[in-house]
Design a protein around this ligand. Structure first.
Ligand code: UFG
Length: 328
């Protein structure tokens, strides 16, 4: 039986970019997605199974009918303020469902696992680039729901010698496929670059700048934005590493380069040619002033290197994707 990669949540923003790269690199792909936030049109390669991750019979059937070499787990809820309002939904969707998936992996002897985690596990307080072994201290249910899965993976790999995992801690993922085929289509949109693109296109009246009195170079928050296709490549590199080396790791996914909110807004205005309204507003609860990765580990371990690490390109590809959605 030929080997397959099972991509759970492959119809979503990041999962669909990984599926596209896997397809371009001739992997056999099976996608499990309930299409709650993802959509069918985002799937460019592979076979889609529409279903719930919590459906044990479905997982048993997938693991019995297909030869699954590795599981990539993207399915999860990602909106920080929503996690504060609905913690149990986050613990169910992000933590309990991942636990269930891992139980099924154990039952069916699936040995390689790649997990989508987040920089939100670090929490607040560090004013320098964070390393993977820096203390974790998530400040919201979203970060906590992901960190618990990180710990499960660590404990499972200690208890079960054959099992290996790579946890990827994403920083601020942005932009869209350079070919323009896929992008971020999620209905709830809180992310800065997407909102700036929507404001430039007139779909939002004004862009609020949440906090202009932070102790940073221009008073606004600094983030480490990473283009979604570079992030997707990190998954392929992690997969190749896992299969060859059989070792587990936690890796930051960012460029280690910071951009302020004001810088992002100025870049969107320049790229779009629209001087849209951007207004100083109160700080948003839970925003750390500074969140940046130290990416040395991933660069050394996986020989991963960025290709799309210009803010202008990230902003431009996000804008082009929003234009494409408007025309549909
Ligand atoms: N921002 C604005 N105006 C907006 C939207 C965002 O000023 O309309 C600001 C935010 O306040 C923040 C910065 O832009 O300072 C970036 O905000 P995003 O919402 O784009 O991203 P976050 O940094 O909040 O979120 C990211 C990931 C989360 C992760 C979190 C960890 O998307 O998954 O980092 O802090 F949990």
């Amino acid at each position: 039986m030929e080997k397959n990669i099972l991509v759970v949540g492959g119809a979503g923003y990041i999962g669909s970019h990984v599926v596209k790269l896997l397809g371009e690199n001739d992997y056999n792909i099976l996608i499990l997605d309930n299409l709650s936030t993802g959509n069918k049109e985002a799937i460019t390669y592979g076979e889609l199974i529409v279903g719930e991750l919590a459906d044990g019979n479905l997982l048993d059937k997938i693991f019995t009918d297909y030869n699954i070499e590795a599981v990539m787990h993207f399915a999860g809820s990602i909106v920080v303020p929503e996690s504060v309002e609905k913690p149990l939904e986050y613990y169910e969707n992000n933590t309990a469902n991942a636990l269930f998936l891992l139980q099924k992996c154990r039952e069916h002897n699936i040995l390689n696992f790649i997990f989508s985690s987040t920089a939100a596990v670090y929490g607040e307080g560090l004013s320098r680039e964070v390393k993977e072994d820096d203390p974790v201290n998530p400040i919201n249910p979203y970060g906590r729901s992901k960190l618990m899965v990180e710990w499960m993976l660590e404990d499972l790999s200690n208890a079960w010698n054959d099992f290996n995992y790579i946890t990827l801690r994403y920083f601020n993922v942005a932009g869209a496929d350079p070919d323009g085929k896929i992008g971020q289509s999620s209905p709830i949109c809180t992310h800065l670059i997407k909102r700036a693109a929507l404001t430039a296109l007139g779909e939002i009246d004004e862009l609020q700048i949440f906090g202009t009195d932070y102790d940073t170079s221009d008073g606004t928050c600094i983030r480490d934005y990473i283009h979604v296709t570079d992030l997707a490549q990190a998954h392929l590199d992690a997969l190749a590493y896992l299969v060859k080396e059989n070792k587990s790791h936690v890796l930051n996914c960012g460029y280690g380069v910071g951009h302020s909110v004001k810088e992002v807004v100025a870049t969107m205005k320049e790229v779009s040619g629209v001087d849209f309204k951007s207004t100083p507003a109160a700080r948003r609860a839970g925003d750390p002033p500074f969140l940046m990765s130290n990416p040395e580990k991933i660069k050394n371990l996986l020989s991963w290197g960025p290709k799309y690490d210009s803010l202008k390109f990230m902003v431009e590809s996000a804008l082009n994707w929003e234009k494409h959605l408007q025309q549909r």
